[in-house]
Design a protein around this ligand. Structure first.
Ligand SMILES: Nc1nc2c(ncn2[C@@H]2O[C@H](COP(=O)(O)OP(=O)(O)OP(=O)(O)O)[C@@H](O)[C@H]2O)c(=O)[nH]1
Ligand SMILES: [Mg+2]
Length: 340
């Protein structure tokens, strides 16, 4: 137990050191200077009308630029507040979180403060009391990973296994995605890199049976953590959601409890992310979000909406496809990026 607690500390220490080193470099996934910013002529152009279609999760212009232009001259008119709410909604923050954020900013903004900085500070504050990612301790600690198709579940599991293993933890993986042909191989490739043990069966096998075997194997090996991969599924397909419930029940029966149920959301997901989070939470009680693909242009505003409407905290952030591209959620970093 002492050894396990030590690596929990190391997990945070290691991550903190890595993050500190990264600060000196361009942000992970940051594009070449200037590419994020529109050309100068556009930068000073009037903001686009609200009905302009925008790609989900990708604000058409930097939120900070928009906010500063709304509050130009330090003035906080009703029009500026309305414009701020609309800009937040366009950044996928959702109406409920945008309303809550607006109340906080209205209470704390005092000109001549930079309104964009105040918004960022209040966004970070909204996550302040949320539980953070902690390596589940048990024999084994069990993490189940769920989500719709292609969000980054298996890649997240691979990165997590790599990180835990590098920090001295013994990791087992359950290939309970028995639906997709290459799913088991993909997990096995990650497992080799991470020096983790995989329990798999042939394609089409019962995902619950794989989960059961994996708990028993992890117990027999004395693994610290078991991470369970599941097939991507549409949250609206009831039989598939029922299958997921069954996998969780089997894990609980075999392992006593499931410590974390992580829902992986693709950062480019727009408001549909709320429907996904609601359906998966109803089915298997999601305990945390993983915000994947944050190395692209998307800012992941959707997690603020999910946090506000369902109370599910963000635990991890994926910033690429390499083993090191996963880190604990940092509300300040997230807020800075959303309001960039
Ligand atoms: N750029 C980037 N790509 C990612 C990230 N996470 C996953 N991907 C890529 O997204 C694609 C889908 O990733 P998977 O891990 O297979 O997603 P999945 O949710 O397991 O997919 P299914 O099992 O088919 O539902 C792959 O090409 C990954 O390399 C990330 O943080 N950044
Ligand atoms: Mg997968």
């Amino acid at each position: 137990m002492v050894a396990v607690l030590a690596f929990v500390g190391l997990a945070f220490g290691g991550v903190a050191v890595r993050r500190a080193r990264r600060r000196d470099r361009p942000r992970v996934g940051a594009r070449a200077p200037g590419r994020d910013a529109p050309p100068t002529a556009q930068r000073h152009a009037p903001p686009s009308p609200p009905e302009t279609p925008v790609e989900a999760g990708v604000p058409s212009e930097g939120l900070a630029t928009r906010i500063r232009s709304l509050f130009r001259g330090g003035e906080a008119s009703e029009q500026a507040w309305r414009g701020l709410e609309e800009a937040l909604i366009r950044a996928d923050v959702g109406p409920a979180a945008a309303g809550a954020l607006l109340r906080r900013v209205r209470a704390s903004y005092r000109p001549p403060a930079d309104p964009a900085m105040v918004v960022a500070k209040e966004i970070a504050a909204m996550f302040e009391d949320d539980p953070r990612w902690i390596v589940p301790v048990g024999s084994p600690g069990i993490v189940m990973v769920v989500g719709v198709n292609g969000t980054g579940k298996t890649t997240t599991i691979g990165k997590l296994a790599h990180r835990l293993s590098a920090e001295g933890c013994s990791v087992s993986l359950a290939a309970s995605d028995t639906f997709r042909a290459a799913a088991g191989e993909q997990l096995t490739t990650w497992a080799k890199r991470a020096r983790a043990h995989v329990v798999a069966q042939s394609r089409g096998a019962d995902p619950g049976a794989v989960a059961f075997d994996a708990v028993k194997a992890a117990q027999a090996r004395g693994s610290d953590v078991l991470i369970v991969d599941t097939a991507g599924r549409l949250h609206t397909r009831q039989p598939l959601m029922e299958e997921l419930r069954k996998v969780k029940r089997v894990l609980e029966k075999a392992g006593g409890r499931v410590d974390e149920v992580l829902l992986v959301l693709d950062a480019t997901t727009g408001q549909n992310g709320i429907a996904q989070a609601r359906a998966f939470t109803d089915a298997v009680d999601v305990t945390g979000l993983v915000l994947a693909k944050m190395d692209g242009t998307a800012r992941g505003g959707i997690v603020l909406a999910v946090r506000q409407e369902l109370g599910v905290p963000v635990k991890l952030v994926g910033t690429g496809e390499r083993p090191d591209d996963l880190m604990p959620f940092d509300p300040h970093e997230f807020a800075r990026r959303l309001v960039a």
